[in-house]
Design a protein around this ligand. Structure first.
Ligand code: COA
Length: 159
């Protein structure tokens, strides 16, 4: 599996994957295009290289404003879940965003979406706040989770 940057040629596969993941945000082609055109936008894609052309099996849509990043959307193909793809995408996102000068990452997740919450907590996200009745169809609260990227953990050999 390879993690890279998704361009406009990936949008068709992104929409197809999103169809298979109803818990993901329901974006249109235009939503993906706008994020890709935004200087703070980035879509990281996970691809299986064993097929030709490589098969898109996961993505994370990120938006950075100065030193804060939002994970705006994310999904892994149901056939490739619980194999570390989601974690690999978020670890790559963390590296990209640290290099870009980000200091913290936020995201919203449905209160009932336990698999996604487990993934986020395993990366180091912590509860920030609750947005009451944030989601529709069905109505549900959003948990806002935050990951502090800075200052990086300093391992000192002194004394
Ligand atoms: C959430 C999602 C992206 C996780 O992707 P994934 O590739 O299956 O996750 P990983 O294999 O990298 O799992 C990493 C960790 O997350 C947790 N996790 C992932 N899926 C889980 C599940 N079904 N139940 C419990 N914990 C789970 C575990 O802690 C796991 O670590 P472990 O394997 O060491 O136990 C995937 O389930 C998905 O696409 N869901 C639908 C879309 C969605 O919910 N998007 C997020 C909207 S906010």
């Amino acid at each position: 599996m390879k993690i890279g940057l998704g361009g406009k040629d990936a949008i068709h596969a992104l929409l197809a994957l999103q169809q298979k993941a109803p818990e993901a945000a329901r974006w249109t082609q235009g939503d993906y295009e706008r994020l890709m055109e935004d200087p703070g936008g980035k879509i990281l894609v996970a691809e299986l290289e064993t097929t030709e052309p490589p098969k898109l099996i996961g993505f994370a849509a990120l938006h950075r404003i100065i030193d804060e990043v939002e994970v705006r959307n994310m999904a892994v193909d149901p056939d490739h879940r619980q194999q570390g793809v989601g974690r690999a995408l978020l670890l790559a996102a963390r590296e990209h965003m640290l290099k870009a000068g980000a200091k913290r990452v936020f995201l919203e997740v449905r209160a009932s979406n336990k698999p996604a919450q487990s993934l986020y907590y395993s990366i180091g996200f912590a509860m920030h706040s609750i947005r009451k009745n944030y989601y529709r169809e069905p109505d549900e609260d959003a948990l806002v989770l935050a990951l502090e990227l800075y200052p990086p953990t300093v391992v000192s050999s002194y004394p």
